[in-house]
Ligand binder design. Structure first.
Ligand code: APR
Length: 245
């Protein structure tokens, strides 16, 4: 399977597990975020309409973590950036479900945040998007239209449409290798990406701490902490580029 120039030959899906060794919690592990707070209270449009201050507090706390000097890209993020730099431009695409900025800070450039980003906010009044590092409140005026009450995290909540699906499906249909890293495979449409990639003839590899809900759909599995197994996989790929894996 060869991809035409510019279309990714390797598509990598990442989830919260890749950021766990950087100190960010996952969602569905025993110590995960959804063990402490309910999705219905902080991660749906209805929650924001009902209690915007509570939703802001939830995302403000997570946004503040991005400035914690103890939270840095780990060896897995850095290995993916190395892989991208070793390949022609556009040959590697990272599609992340994560809203942290650790892939960017590790140096990854070809990156799609399908669930949005903590460091972006948007105004529901005028639609303007802004890079944002501070706390957000119901009283925060939009820098574009100056109105208050409409600023929200630029995060895809449950029930909302993920970002960039057209680009993602086009890449999945034409890649020769699909790798899933640190995701439980519990949330669609990302959970279906492996099936889409297989449909297009790609080899599929799961790199995860343990078998995910989609494990049976992958040709190959390597289990262990991402900061260990991802660099090992990347070094193997860089040592023999012709290999699928
Ligand atoms: N290394 C590799 N994998 C790990 C590690 C680690 N150190 N620690 C945990 N994992 C794995 C877990 O075994 C699990 O399979 O990472 C996965 C994390 O799964 P979730 O917590 O469900 O996170 P994720 O798959 O990213 O969730 C998807 O659900 O709540 C929504 O929008 C949210 O983007 C999120 C989406």
């Amino acid at each position: 399977m060869t991809s035409s120039p510019g279309t990714p030959e390797i598509v990598i899906l990442t989830g919260a597990g890749i950021s766990r060794e950087s100190g960010l919690h996952t969602f569905r592990d025993a110590d995960g975020i959804w063990a402490k707070v309910r999705i219905e209270d902080v991660a749906t449009p209805e929650a924001f309409a009902r209690d915007p201050a509570r939703v802001h507090a939830f995302y403000n706390a997570r946004r503040r973590q991005l400035h914690d000097p103890g939270i840095q890209p780990n060896a897995a993020h850095l290995a993916l950036a190395r892989l991208e730099q070793a390949r022609p431009p556009g040959a590697v695409l990272v599609i992340t479900q994560n809203v942290d900025d650790l892939h960017e800070r590790a140096g990854t450039r070809s990156l799609l945040h399908m669930h949005g980003e903590l460091r972006r906010v948007r105004c529901e009044h005028c639609g303007a998007r802004h890079l944002w590092t501070d706390d957000l409140a119901t009283t925060t005026p939009c820098p574009a239209c100056a109105r208050t009450g409409g600023m929200r995290p630029d995060i895809v909540w449950f029930g909302e449409m993920p970002v960039g699906l057209e680009q993602a499906y086009a890449a999945l249909a034409r890649c020769r290798l699909f790798v899933s890293i640190g995701t439980s495979g519990a949330v669609y449409p990302a959970a279906n990406f492996v099936a889409e990639a297989r449909e297009g003839g790609a080899h599929t590899l799961e790199l995860n701490l343990e078998p995910s809900a989609q494990a049976s759909h992958f040709h190959e599995h390597r289990h262990g902490p991402a900061a260990t197994i991802v660099p090992a996989w990347v070094e193997q790929i860089l040592a023999s580029p012709s290999q699928n894996r």
